[in-house]
Design a binder for this molecule. Structure first.
Ligand code: OFO
Length: 165
């Protein structure tokens, strides 16, 4: 049985995962529009992963007898300065999500809600992976920054990464 406070916190996170899915899908649309097909496909796939993050929270709330509540989701940004800007924002966003998961885990632990604490461990591990992936993309961007066709090369690399994961 979850506390009202924990239900509210988990619902906030559920809606934030929806936002992540929308953010990456919108970024994917921008990339496709600019001809970065590799990045578009990579981000679209990642958007689907975010929907899985959302679904896990939805199921956990439901399975514990609480009510998942789908609120209104903020609209993500539509335009970006460059491909570097897109991926700088993905990394920043993942860091924000990691902070939110840590806050949730802290709230679960300090209220002795070990079931939720245990459930959240999957997210703790997932955030480690997500930050790693987006940091890798940013590092590649950094390396290609001075190359005249850096964005093109990164796009090719993302297409390769997309087919590997
Ligand atoms: Fe990208 O981890 Fe969920 O939000």
């Amino acid at each position: 049985m979850l506390t009202t406070d924990m239900i509210s916190r988990l619902n906030d996170q559920l809606n934030l995962e929806f936002y992540s899915a929308n953010l990456y899908l919108q970024m994917s649309a921008w990339c496709a529009d600019k001809g970065f097909e590799g990045a578009a496909s990579f981000l679209k796939k990642h958007s689907r992963e975010e929907m899985e993050h959302m679904q896990r929270l939805f199921d956990y709330l439901s399975d514990t007898g609480a009510l998942p509540v789908l609120g209104s989701i903020d609209a993500p940004p539509v335009t970006f300065k460059s491909l570097s800007d897109v991926f700088a924002q993905t990394y920043e966003h993942e860091q924000l999500i990691t902070g939110k998961i840590n806050e949730l885990a802290h709230a679960a632990m300090t209220t002795h809600d070990y079931s939720t604490f245990n459930f959240l461990q999957w997210y703790v591990a997932e955030q480690h992976e997500e930050e790693k992936i987006f940091k890798t993309v940013l590092d590649k961007l950094g390396m290609l920054e001075n190359s005249s066709n850096g964005a093109f090369l990164l796009d090719k690399d993302l297409a390769r990464m997309d087919s590997e994961v």
